[in-house]
Design a protein around this ligand. Sequence first.
Ligand SMILES: *Cc1c(COP(=O)(O)O)cnc(C)c1O
Ligand SMILES: [Zn+2]
Length: 417
Amino acid sequence: MAYPNFHLRCLICGRSYSPSELAYVCPEHGREGILDVVYDYEALRRQISREQLGRSQEFSIWRYRAMLPIPPDAPLPPLQIGWTPLYPAPRLAAELGLRHLWVKDDGRNPTASFKDRASALAVIKAREQGAAVITTASTGNAAAALSGICASVGQANVIFVPQSAPPAKIAQLLAFGATVLLVQGTYDEAFDLCLQVADHYGWYNRNTGYNPYMSEGKKTASYEICEQLKWETPDVILVSVGDGCIIGGLHKGLKDLLALGWIERMPRLLGVQAAGSNYLAEAWARGEDVLSKPPIQAHTIADSISAGLPRDRLKAMAAVRETDGAFITVSDEEILAAIPALARGCGVLAEPAGAAAYSGLVKAAAAGLVTANDRVVVLNTGSGLKDVANVMKGVEKVGTRPQHIPPHLSALHPLFA
Ligand SMILES: *Cc1c(COP(=O)(O)O)cnc(C)c1O
Ligand SMILES: [Zn+2]
């Protein structure tokens, strides 16, 4: 099939563009004019099938290469991204009165978050354009993913993160050799600055909710979930939401699968937001227009989902509305408590934003939004080792403390009768 096998379409005006015409947003609509990548599904169906995929020995996102907007001969970064495990979680399911629950652990990606899926595409697209530098703003994980994948291919990159980002994420950036700019401000401010800088210096711009290809990398998680479930579609997928790119990407992947006839119905997407960063949940509950709704002040310990103006809000709202889903909010206290609950219930250690998705499931089950026979997938988007300080707060919150003992057998007797 001839490349490019896709075009770009503005989510606001529906105008179509060839990918050679523009790189990011619809010129008519500026920053808000986010583009969707549109494929010729007829042609795709002729090129690839579920059976062919089933024989693939490629256990990474490149398994789905034919369904991604990249040149067929593009060199792929060597890090192993995606095809993360989907674990059955029967004990957690039983606690919640459910019968079918899985946890997909995207903390298992090379830089320990879901963002590797998107950053991989950014590196390929930047190299396709011959860009000297790639840049992004990030709460931490998108940047760590970008700098890690850049390091794997020797690509220069400049990163804008709020100086409040967790130390592990900043350490990753520095170790990978990125040029790290710690912005004395919020993620939202870092984002605005990065857009200006990218434009000024002509750097390749990976920013979420601006670069149309990030959703395409993220959609691979939906492909994996459905294939790992042997194409028996789940009923509900829960994921935490900050900018809304992940939930939008999951939706896109599911729409692809539906159009290809590989799944027979659309799962409901439940987006989980922190109560202190609830722009989308509020807009959804009140029926507000996200193009006119002003930014909020975001405050949450779950740094990865702290976004005052979710940059991919159009895609995120469509993901929930078009799948008959919902937005759920959880407090920071609930998020912290969910870290040990998830870890103990299935062995997956999540950072706060990852645990938020599980916290949302607890609420959704209590509210009857998911019921016993639903086949439910919870996505952990980042490893708990990204934010050890908050993992410690979580375990202290549920009253777990280590015991200090002298190095003698007798010291054990009071503890174990
Ligand atoms: C980025 C991120 C999210 C949220 O993704 P959005 O696309 O911003 O909604 C959730 N969890 C983790 C760990 C992340 O890094
Ligand atoms: Zn437009």
